[in-house]
Design a protein around this ligand. Sequence first.
Ligand code: NAD
Length: 267
Amino acid sequence: MKTNVVITGVSGRMGVALLEGVFADEALTLHAAIDRSGSALIGQDAGAQFGLVSGVKVTSDLSAALHGADVLVDFTRPEAAMQYLAACQLAGVQMVIGTTGFTELEKAMIEAASQQNAIVFAPNMSVGVTLLINLVEQAAKVLNEGYDIEVVEMHHRHKVDAPSGTALRLGEAAAQGLGQDLKDCAVYAREGVTGEREAGKIGFATLRGGDVVGDHTVIYAGTGERIEITHKASSRATFALGALRAAKFLSDKKSGLFDMRDVLGFK
Ligand code: NAD
């Protein structure tokens, strides 16, 4: 049976990649395409930008869009995602959340909602990054003494949150490998006379510019050697394909919080 998906933020960079992915996937049906009210796309056919007639018009009417839907896939902004989360809870629709930049409170609300709805929540839906998270944790376990861990990321000039959700997830994986909580060891900024680097801290550096889709490197700097684990995304299709795989994974789930490691069977 096909999975009926709702895509939000269809005017956005990820929204476009997701629509393209749904149209190309025979196991998926585009049930609804949502954008914020006031978007120039409202009322247009969701396939128009690909030269297709899908029969689905872009709408901002959430409750009508969710009726009969299986999974909503959201890559927008935290304030929008929280509204979609509440609506999905009421409508009993499962959710794939790729949006990043949530507060701790919002993350706790997502976790609470997963008692009632099945949710895949991951700051990076690519297969490569999912593998990277495992490698980073393993490397931190082995290099837990005498190595300084730094996470460096670069994204396009339009990105609004920093460090990226993926960089934070990689930091969490490294902290887990060290047997620590990232909250207690993260250093997000350095400026001026900072003093020497403290052992056991995990540093972050954020670069922004151009059209970079997403580069992440975790560096383990020791005495006499340095290990670097890098992932570079060259197209948003990688995130869209992962998110749609997550949507199919949810089609037989009723509740629970999952990440891409569950979807890809890495756990
Ligand atoms: P974008 O700015 O190109 O698109 C954002 C979309 O959200 C637009 O369609 C916009 O209309 C909509 N939107 C914004 N505010 C809204 C609101 N208040 N209500 C309803 N809709 C609203 O952004 P993008 O590059 O497509 O990225 C979107 C999100 O996805 C970001 O949080 C980004 O970090 C995240 N992202 C996650 C992954 C992943 O794998 N998890 C990959 C890429 C991007």
